[in-house]
Design a protein around this ligand. Sequence first.
Ligand code: NI
Length: 181
Amino acid sequence: MPIHTIRLFGDPVLRTKAEPVVDFDRELRTLVKDLQETMMEAPGSGLAAPQIGVGLRVFTYYVDGELGHLVNPDLSLSDEEQEGDEGCLSLPDLVFDTRRALRVVAKGFDQHGEPVTIEGSELLARCIQHETDHLDGILFIDRLDRETRKLALKAIREAEWNGAAPPAVKVSPHATFGRAI
Ligand code: NI
């Protein structure tokens, strides 16, 4: 099974709402397998289909040693919240404190079309919310408070993976006013 290239921030597929899965066929099982393998290789604790360029409502997770997947997720969130570090394979090296619901009940289907319910708290709940957001074209930086989001956008602009030139190393303490010396 191929390991896929993970799409990075700026790719329109990450901002596109994914379609519900209708056919629980062999193609879907291949997608789940590819997602799992690409996630494990990264390595990551979750991966959603749009991140490998597939606009379907499917994600995989690997949290606390448990490997799983969910198709067409429908979430119920607790009112109680958690704060904690969050990152994303589509935004490499960025980690920001992100507020999420503490607990989640996720209903959906497995790759064979059997109904499943996943209940999780803390990291698993965070992961399920993050991956389901991906299916709606939402990224974790959208969930940050205003000030933190500004920092995140700055970090993205300066990120090497975003095509930014590596930062210039300043060797003189004196300003050159734009004149190369
Ligand atoms: Ni992500």
